[in-house]
Each structure stands twice: as C-alpha cells, then as structure tokens.
Write a protein that binds this ligand. Structure first.
Ligand SMILES: CCCCCC/C=C/C(=O)SCCNC(=O)CCNC(=O)[C@H](O)C(C)(C)COP(=O)(O)OP(=O)(O)OC[C@H]1O[C@@H](n2cnc3c(N)ncnc32)[C@H](O)[C@@H]1OP(=O)(O)O
Length: 364
C-alpha cells in the first residue's frame, strides 16, 4: 500500500475478523496460518513465546508463521490482515457482483509495488527517495510477496526497483532500532530475519528474474547469485562493500560468487569491495545481459513477456532439477553466513562504519 493510502482502523480490523468467520470457502491451511500470524502480530506484537517442540506440529506451524513476521509493526500487520481478508472475500464473490476494476485491490505492501500481468508478477522495490534501501519492514514484505508469487498463476517473477537505483542494500538505519535486549538481541533477530529472507530466494519455485534498473549495493547484489537470470541497464553498478562496513558476505555469495566468477574475481568483490560496471558483471557471469539504458525497459519486458508464454510447469520443473542438488548446501551456507554476521554486527568495525554513514561522515 502506498504511504498516502488509508491505514486500517481498529474498526476495519474487527470487521475483517468477523468476515473471516463468514467465509464460504475454506481458504486452506497456508492462508489460515498467515491470518493467524498477522492477527497475533497486530494484537500482541512480535512473537516472544517459546518455540513448541518438533512433535507439536500444529502449534509449531503457528509459531513459525508468527515468528516469521519478526518485528513487523502492529499497524502494518493490522493493515495486511484487513487486506488479506478483503482479497479472500472478494475472491469468493460471484463474478457478476464484482464491480469493474474491483480486482485492482489496493496493494498489501507499503514498501513494494506488486503487479501481475502477462504471466509475470513484478515485485518492485518502492522507496526511491531512499535508493530502495531495505528496511526491516521491507524484508518482511519481500518475503510475503515472494511467497505469494511462488503460488500465484504467473509463470515468472521479476524483482526490480523504482527510481534511479535497483537498491542500495540493507537500510543502515535498521541498526538503530534496538530492542530491550540491546545490540545482542538485535543481532540475533537480524540473523534470523536474514536467514529466512535468503531461504525465500533459495526455495523460490519459478524462474526469478532480476531487472536491474540502476546501481545495486550489498544484499541486493548478493541475492542476484540466487536469481535465475539478471538483466541490467548499462547504468547499473554492482558493489558489495562488506569489508568497508566491517561485515562479511551474505545471500550465499561466499559460495555462489566464487562459483560464478572464480575465486579471485569473487575476492575482489566480496573482500576488497571492488565496484563492477554492468559490462564487467556480465563478463564475469553475474549478469546475464546488459542493455543500453535508453531501450532497457522496452527490450527487457518484450523478452520477458515472450518467456512468460512458455509452459509454466516445464519451466518450474526445469528449475527444480537445476536447483535441487544445491538446495541443502545453499541452506547450510546461509545459516553459516548468518552466524558469522551476527558476530560481525557487534564488532567495533561494523558499529563505527554504520555510525559514520548515519552521521554523514561516510558514503560508499
Ligand atoms: C536484517 C538485516 C540483514 C542485513 C543483511 C546484510 C546486508 C548488507 C548490505 O546490504 S551492505 C550495503 C549497505 N548499504 C550501504 O552501505 C549503502 C549506503 N548508502 C550510500 O552509500 C549512499 O546513500 C549511496 C551511494 C547508495 C547513494 O548516494 P547518493 O546518490 O549521494 O544518495 P544519498 O546518499 O543522498 O541517498 C538518498 C537518501 O537515501 C538514504 N539512503 C541511501 N541508501 C541507504 C541505506 N543503505 N541505508 C539507509 N539510508 C540510505 C540516504 O541516507 C539519503 O537519505 P536522506 O535523503 O539524507 O534522508
């Protein structure tokens, strides 16, 4: 939902709770879990309950769903709940009662614009004035959008950015919002969020294409290694300044980058923070193809529309074959990288780098 759209009131929330009870069609377990999680988050805030045991399957599934919302603000959870219920009630209406344009429901997201057309679900990062830096809320919204796109009836999913940047990576103000447990708790929560976020890329079931419309920094670069194709404007640059920030690689890049470009080129990017042009990134295999900025959008979307007409099940199965041998390995690498980062975030090197950026002493 855009920043200017109306927020759901407590009354809207209560109406939505009543509407859920009146749903004619069972929305299925997945949606019920999402509703449960959003309800708990909206009413109680972040999940602080102890995790149920592995054999307590139902409560564990509920706990997982709630816990996955991390620190999503209560108001956003309330809004997302109302919008989810609204989408369920409008989907269960007979088509003759649906007003023209009623399928164009307001977006369920504040930091993204998500659209579905011509067999393509487009997830657009939508904080152009902040160079599409990824806030905690935005991580959650991207996860929700990816999970929904993985199940919708589109054939391919596209990630792109609004404005002049693809994304400037992690929003460094994320580090300033400390929970009661201080930096240690913050680092622990962030590591869990990062692990879950990257798992969504590892497990994404359809072709996932990045349309890199401008410079990309940090995690918006590393996740490209988990996409299935990367199309870039010749204006894009690719920068992973982890050492400069006192941090270490994430997004499985410690594995995917050496595999894609060889260890020494990966070292230049991941350890020395060398910024690549789009053409350099293409020569090294991180980018699939580079287009002149003047024709970028037209050429890329024409191509994607043609790809989206291919048989969706064949594409899904082919991706599964290509990814299946790697999945367990990628998950393990993700956990390892998150553990290392959890410690890095508490280091003086990292804290100083973040403070320098926030106090405007340093930019990349
Ligand atoms: C759950 C946690 C998981 C963490 C995973 C680990 C992830 C690691 C990374 O992603 S590391 C990379 C982090 N990103 C950066 O260090 C980039 C920082 N930004 C910059 O250096 C510059 O802003 C720039 C080079 C991207 C763009 O410079 P310029 O063209 O001069 O624009 P501005 O600096 O004026 O930016 C406009 C506006 O946006 C704000 N902003 C931009 N990027 C970020 C960011 N990453 N975090 C926070 N804020 C950002 C910038 O402050 C300006 O805001 P203002 O208008 O001043 O309010």
């Amino acid at each position: 939902m855009s920043g200017t759209a109306m927020r759901a009131s407590q009354k809207d929330f209560e109406n939505a709770m009543n509407q859920v009870k009146l749903l004619k069609k069972d929305p299925g377990n997945e949606v019920k879990l999402k509703l449960y999680a959003l309800y708990k988050q909206a009413t109680e805030g972040s999940c602080t309950m102890p995790k149920p045991g592995v054999f307590d399957l139902v409560n564990k599934a509920k706990w997982d769903a709630w816990n996955a919302l991390g620190s999503l603000p209560k108001e956003t959870a309330r809004q997302n709940y109302v919008e989810l219920v609204s989408s369920l009630t409008s989907a269960s209406q007979p088509s003759s009662q649906v007003e023209p344009g009623a399928d164009r429901k307001p977006s369920a997201y504040e930091t993204l614009e998500v659209t579905s057309e011509d067999g393509i679900t487009k997830i657009m990062f939508n904080r152009p004035t902040k160079k599409n830096a990824i806030t905690t809320q935005m991580y959650h919204e991207i996860m929700l959008a990816l999970k929904a796109a993985g199940k919708d009836d589109s054939s391919v999913t596209v990630l792109t950015g609004n404005g002049d940047y693809y994304s400037s990576g992690n929003d460094l103000t994320n580090f300033t919002d400390l929970p009661p447990g201080g930096p240690e708790e913050k680092a622990k929560n962030s590591a869990i969020l990062l692990r879950d976020f990257i798992d969504c890329f590892i497990d994404f079931p359809k072709p996932l294409i990045a349309v890199v419309n401008g410079p990309a920094v940090g995690i918006s670069v590393t996740t490209l290694g988990l996409c299935d194709a990367v199309y870039a404007t010749d204006r894009a640059t690719f920068h992973t300044p982890f050492s400069h920030l006192g941090q270490s690689p994430e997004g499985c890049s410690s594995y995917t980058f050496p595999k894609i470009m060889g260890p020494s080129k990966a070292t230049e990017m991941l350890i020395f923070g060398k910024k690549l042009t789009a053409r350099e990134a293409c020569a090294q295999g991180l980018v699939t193809e580079v287009f002149p900025d003047s024709t970028f959008q037209k050429e890329v979307w024409t191509r994607l529309k043609a790809y989206a007409k291919l048989p969706p099940n064949a594409m899904r199965i082919s991706k599964e074959i290509m990814r299946s041998r790697e999945k367990e390995k990628l998950r393990a690498i993700n956990v390892e990288e998150c553990n290392v980062l959890q410690e890095r975030w508490l280091s003086d090197e990292c804290m100083n780098a973040v403070m320098n950026f926030l106090s405007r002493k340093a930019k990349l």
